[in-house]
Design a protein around this ligand. Structure first.
Ligand code: SAM
Length: 339
């Protein structure tokens, strides 16, 4: 008799295999992007954060259950103390072939220091968030960031052999006038580029919020004044759509995080730095994995909690765009980007 597999892969109630885990490893960041965080943030007490060993145990459990792609995010993942220990630990899953991709989303501020080691750990691509190429505007939007530091980080990433994708939040009245410059710069440097529609977060006046909103439909219409956009059917299981610019051959992505895009092929779940698992970007339901993780050194309870959570994964977003703030996972760990 053939024994039943001990670890059947994770499949949700809508027959979607869960193969992609995004992990926020910290809520801290060295930038204070106006649309993301208040300047005076109160961060979580250390005891609530998963230790690097706990993150390893959790991620390794997901990998054992069929996750093939891990994206590390935050806060700013590269400001977490000892984070390279975690990347080195995860690289063992690339070596065995259980993990196909280990990657991260970063603001780039610490990339110059870490790019080579990331590459040595098997990271092949990084997403770098960059909304403007103007140093003064960069300082204004990030409050604490310096453009040169990020550009140095991007150069270091490329020198280490990493592919770079730039993620730019589309902000009316802010980077509207840089649309073509950003596209051309990415084209010239060989970076992919994805625009993200701004979501209602951060701490700012309601007026600023409303004035900032730049719909990606409008952005695309402006692009189409100069380029012919060829719609691509590329799917990543995430909330991104892609086009190719006929004139340059560049692929551009558009992320409308809250739109009901491709939910039917959603393959992802998101873990916060405190061990909460969100099964859908647009919904509040979450499962606490920290408790089963800490309760026993044996992974059985943890596996059971993960399976129970996946069994609750909803069919799709149920997001009310008219809500004034996005609560839940968005404000704690933006993890929609990248695809
Ligand atoms: N610190 C890392 C970084 O900068 O990429 C990872 C975390 S950051 C929160 C992830 C992404 O979320 C960044 O690309 C950032 O621009 C984006 N983001 C933050 N707030 C947003 C908002 N209100 N609307 C849309 N995207 C946002």
């Amino acid at each position: 008799m053939i024994p039943a597999p001990t670890n059947p892969a994770l499949v949700d109630p809508f027959a979607r295999p869960i193969s992609y885990l995004r992990v926020s490893v910290t809520d801290r960041c060295d930038f204070r992007c106006t649309y993301c965080m208040a300047e005076n943030m109160t961060f979580l007490p250390k005891a609530e954060l998963l230790s690097l060993e706990e993150l390893d145990r959790l991620c390794s459990t997901f990998v054992r259950l069929g996750v093939e792609k891990l994206r590390i995010t935050g806060g700013e993942p590269l400001v977490r103390r000892g984070i390279m220990t975690f990347f080195r630990a995860m690289s063992r899953h690339l070596e065995t072939g259980s993990l196909r991709e280990l990657t991260l989303t970063t603001n780039g501020s610490q990339l110059a220091r870490h790019a080579e080691e990331l590459a040595a750990c098997g990271v092949r691509r990084v997403n770098v968030s960059l909304d403007t190429l103007d140093p003064e505007k960069f300082a204004r939007i990030t409050r604490w960031g310096r453009l040169n530091q990020v550009l140095d980080g991007i150069r270091a990433a490329r020198a280490a052999g990493l592919r770079v994708k730039i993620n730019a939040v589309a902000l009316r009245g802010f980077n509207e006038d840089e649309l073509f410059r950003l596209v051309e710069w990415c084209g010239g440097e060989g970076h992919d580029l994805t625009f993200i529609e701004v979501m209602p977060m951060g701490e700012m006046g309601e007026d600023t919020r409303l004035h900032q909103y730049w719909s990606l439909n409008d952005l695309r219409a402006t692009l189409a004044e100069r380029y012919s956009l060829i719609e691509l059917s590329d799917r990543t299981g995430g909330p991104a759509r892609y086009v190719r610019l006929a004139q340059t051959g560049q692929r551009l992505g558009f992320i409308t995080p809250l739109t009901h895009n491709f939910c039917e092929s959603c393959n992802r779940v998101r873990l916060t730095c405190t061990g909460e698992l969100f099964m859908c970007l647009g919904q509040e339901d979450r499962a606490d994995l920290r408790q089963p993780l800490r309760r026993s050194p044996d992974d059985a309870a943890l596996e059971e909690a993960i399976r129970a959570a996946i069994a609750r994964k909803p069919r799709g977003h149920d997001f009310d765009y008219s809500r004034r703030t996005v609560s839940g996972q968005m404000s704690r760990h933006m993890s929609h980007t990248g695809g």
